[in-house]
Write a protein that binds this ligand. Structure first.
Ligand SMILES: [Zn+2]
Length: 75
């Protein structure tokens, strides 16, 4: 697999996903991803994207300003 930006080599790893929902910021740690060894571009698999969406939509309802969860421990 190569990076769509710089054609560098994509390597499996984990990253911290962050999304600003306006009223709340969601931070998900240890999200599995492919990371470019050259430019650092990150891409997620379809399954991971779905999972991120699930986690974010659940945390959206929480009243905390900043929600930090671990990918593997999230509800
Ligand atoms: Zn790249």
């Amino acid at each position: 697999m190569t990076c769509f930006l710089c054609k560098g080599e994509m390597k499996q790893g984990t990253t911290t996903y962050m999304e600003d929902l306006g009223s709340c910021i969601v931070i998900i740690k240890n999200v599995p991803c492919n990371k470019c060894s050259q430019c650092g571009e990150v891409s997620y698999s379809g399954v991971t994207v779905k999972r991120i969406e699930e986690i974010v939509s659940q945390l959206k309802n929480s009243l905390t300003e900043i929600a930090v969860v671990n990918y593997s421990n999230a509800a």
